[in-house]
Design a protein around this ligand. Sequence first.
Ligand SMILES: *Cc1c(COP(=O)(O)O)cnc(C)c1O
Length: 440
Amino acid sequence: MAFKLDKSATAFAEAKRYIPGGVNSPVRSFRGVGGTPPFIAKAAGSHIFDIDGNKYIDYVGSWGPMILGHAHPEVIAELSDALQRGTSYGAPTLLETELARLITEAVPSMELVRFVNSGTEATMSVLRLARAYTQRNKIVKFAGCYHGHHDSLLVKAGSGATTLGVPDSPGVPDTIAGNTITVEYNDAQALTTVFERHGQDIAAVIIEPVPGNMGLILPRPGYLEQVRALTEKYGALLIFDEVMSGFRVAYGGAQELYDITPDLTCLGKVIGGGLPVGAYGGRRDIMEHIAPAGPVYQAGTLSGNPLAMTAGLATLRLIAQNPDFYEKLTSMTTALCAGVQAQALAFGFNFQFHQVGSMFGIFFTDKPVYDYNSAKRSDVGAFNTFFHAMLEQGVYLAPSQFEAAFMSSAHTHTDIGATIAASGNAFARVAEYYRKQKHE
Ligand SMILES: *Cc1c(COP(=O)(O)O)cnc(C)c1O
């Protein structure tokens, strides 16, 4: 049966009548890869199903949260129970304390935790806190690192290692973006230079310790230590944005994996078990500046709501129950990556395969990738060819070269075998793509 997305195409056209671009988050629109985004009808375990009747092995996992797979029976059962008790009270519950306790136990640098409703909200709030605490205004971020879509962080580098902030989007005032300094990831010298020049004005450095929003990038050995040392030297706070890596690369996140203690941490994705959640936390003396303990205002109508807390609690408890959880997830991911890489090598493709735990990705370039500039050397046309070939064979990858992929504990050896086999066919299409490129 030929692969068809007719119903999705109609649904997409209809969605565009009412929603900008037909989607509620841009990358879902398939702008990067072209074609029609499948409209999803349901999901279960390692699979998602679209309204055209296609079934896919899913490596997006709602962009990271679904570490147990979709519609995990125990998570759904607890959510169903919680639903009967009402969906939000705007008043304290035992659930919030319990999830905060689990998080502080897993991530000891987070002595106090505040729940919000998205990763964006977490990073936005944490910057306000960092600025208030240090009484400084400048923020350092890294090119290609994504921390949500609020004004201060919607900035990447122009050219050069140390570009002063130019906004990435119209509507971000220069006065705000001008307080954001962008540096290339993995370049400790560039960060040193920035501190030498602006050290007394820098409130915080915010970093994805395992960047997953320019494709998956690995921190060079010693790099995170250097970032920690520089922030300490200049009295700036180190903020780990672990919205993606938290409870993903290890139970204690990247800070456990690399043994670095940040001052503040942002979480999201996995800790909400598929419901809208974010959190930020860190050193008690800093976090006590947050209202009502302190003067830094931050609030939320639905923050800590019982549904999100329930899904998060169920997810973290299920993970914690299984002592080999991350080991197993990592070895499944390693098997998948090795299998796909072997298929690529059979065509002579020396692409860059990156993996940290259950996060993985391929850059379609034969040159090493370690920052945003090197990531951009990837052949997007080759990726897009691969992406569509995989989709047509029932493998759902993120529709962009510059996104990470995620394994869940619901993925099976059968899924992995099927994905590896599909990748062989997809690389054949990539080989065709390169042949055509040469002739043009
Ligand atoms: C997804 C993500 C965010 C934003 O979270 P939202 O819930 O989409 O607002 C922030 N930082 C990182 C590292 C992320 O991966």
